[in-house]
Design a protein around this ligand. Structure first.
Ligand code: ZN
Length: 511
């Protein structure tokens, strides 16, 4: 009987294609084919057939076909053929540009360019005019920044002017942050968005923000103006393995934090998340998928087809496929609910002040955060690290918030920056000792974590006891998710009910 039952089970299991169709309006998986892979993997009919088959098995229904990367531009004929064949197989197709190897090299990272240089600006414009002739929707991979400090950039910074072609624009300050933000905003408008839309009035451009949110502004990612200027935004949720020697150091919760934070900034413009297989195991790969979906992404871009065929890729894809039904089902539940939590205030373009990515480490302590880019005056509870001083009205706003008696967690870094401008010696205020070392927040004993969480969770009507590295996610109406990032099972208590969360597993309760 057992083989028969197993066979019956298989018959009733929805295929990835069925799942993609069933959840079409809820969540979509997509992938990207780099310019080099368009040349190497999609030039033959067999190559295209393999890519289509891979997409079907992975529930992928949209493919971003890239035209430029690392100084190489794909051939027009190859792009047209790839697009036609993929569309004929029922896949949606968009374009992509990765701005590496564009022109004059930056004095910083050698794949990045100097966009003060006029010839580089002109090359950039040609790249976007080319892609706009082939695609109506164009993603820009997260190398769309500059870290150049060449003499020409330095002189323009000191002169407080950005020059794009014949036009000169004022820069509000004389720091590298001021210069690079103004430069990237102006070059985006005059060399990317404008020219692409002149060539193809239907062109819609997507800015994909990297995962390193605390340094965006230092390299010219300006999330307020660029989110307003671009048609859509995308979010890097590639956290990889915390312990990986090359790629490590980013805790899993970061994917949730950044997806919600940029999701708040972009609103309906925010298209989805994006993660890759580098420095991951099957378990951490699936964790990236879960965090992206828990954070409300409407699309998960699996970067990239070529990389997923080698190294850790095939194992990761198998693990993802085995979890597809679960991920789609959770995406549906998340999509119909409002996420709640302890407001975690990160003003746009804010410096970390020695507390880089502290939000991610706070999330790993089981604090359910509600990331926000505006002061959370109406939040039931809030967390304020050093970043918050970017808000010039912080002392008055924070004093008023504390005055209301709501639970407040501030970092020692913020307390120091505020000095005596805000009275923090109140019973509803707790100072979190970060000591300019956010990773020191990992590994705290559960008693300490339980005591830290208790007052902050009270306004949400939920209690939570758990060891370190167990994330909690709250939704309006009493729904919650607990995810265990430990290699062993986690004994937790939610509202007094004891639960064992499997190693690297999650428990979702929807009400
Ligand atoms: Zn330069």
């Amino acid at each position: 009987m057992i083989p028969l039952l197993a066979a019956a089970g298989l018959l009733f299991q929805a295929s990835p294609e069925d799942l993609a169709r069933q959840y079409r309006d809820t969540h979509r998986f997509s992938t990207l084919i780099t310019a080099q892979n368009v040349r190497d993997l999609l030039s033959s009919d067999e190559g295209i057939r393999s890519a289509v088959e891979w997409c079907r098995k992975t529930a992928v229904t949209r493919v971003y076909v890239e035209s430029f990367r690392d100084g190489y531009q794909a051939e027009s004929a190859a792009l047209r053929k790839a697009r036609e064949r993929l569309e004929a197989a029922g896949l949606e197709v968009s374009g992509c540009v990765t701005t590496t190897g564009v022109g004059r090299r930056s004095t910083g990272w050698n794949v990045i360019s100097c966009y003060t240089d006029r010839t580089t600006q002109e090359k950039l414009q040609a790249i976007f005019e080319f892609v706009a002739r082939h695609f109506d929707e164009i993603m820009i991979d997260d190398f769309w920044f500059t870290d150049c400090a060449c003499p020409e950039c330095g002189a323009a910074r000191q002169a407080k002017t950005v020059t794009v072609g014949e036009k000169t624009y004022p820069v509000p300050g004389d720091t590298w942050t001021d210069y690079r933000c103004e430069l990237m905003v102006r070059v985006s408008r005059d060399r990317v968005l404008g020219p692409a839309k002149r060539v193809n009035p239907k062109a819609r451009l997507i800015i994909k923000y990297p995962q390193w949110y605390d340094q965006f502004h230092e390299r010219g990612y300006e999330v307020v103006r660029q989110t307003a200027d671009f048609d859509r935004t995308w979010v890097g949720t590639e956290t990889r393995d915390y312990a990986d020697k090359r790629w490590g150091g980013t805790p899993q919760y970061e994917a949730y934090f950044i997806m919600r934070w940029l999701g708040g900034l972009g609103g309906p413009k925010c298209g989805g998340g994006w993660y890759d297989p580098y420095g991951t195991t099957e378990r951490t790969y699936v964790e990236q998928a879960r965090q992206t979906i828990l954070a409300g992404a409407r699309e998960s871009l699996l970067f990239c087809y070529g990389s997923l065929l080698k190294g850790t890729g095939p194992g990761n894809v198998e693990a993802l496929r085995a979890n597809l039904a679960d991920l789609f089902a959770v995406a549906k539940e998340v999509g119909r609910r409002e996420a709640l939590g302890i407001a975690a205030y990160k003003p746009p373009n804010s410096d970390a002040g020695g507390e880089r990515r502290v939000y991610d480490f706070a999330g790993m302590m089981g604090l359910p955060l509600a990331p926000c880019h505006e002061f959370p005056a109406d939040a039931p509870a809030a967390f304020f690290p050093a970043h918050a001083v970017k808000d010039p009205d912080l002392p008055a706003k924070l004093s008023a918030f504390i005055e209301k008696g709501k639970p407040v967690l501030v970092t020692d870094g913020l307390a120091k920056l505020l000095g005596d401008r805000v009275k923090l010696d109140r019973p509803n205020v707790r100072v979190l000792e970060v000591k300019r070392d956010p990773k020191s927040l990992l590994g705290k004993p559960r008693e300490e974590l339980d005591a830290l969480r208790a007052p902050l969770l009270r306004p949400f009507g939920i209690s939570f006891r758990a060891p370190d590295r167990v994330g909690l996610y709250l939704f309006r109406g009493g729904s919650w998710v607990v995810e265990n990032f430990n290699d062993g099972p986690a004994e937790v208590e939610v509202d007094g009910r004891a639960l064992a969360v499997p190693p690297r597993g999650w428990i979702c309760t929807w009400k």
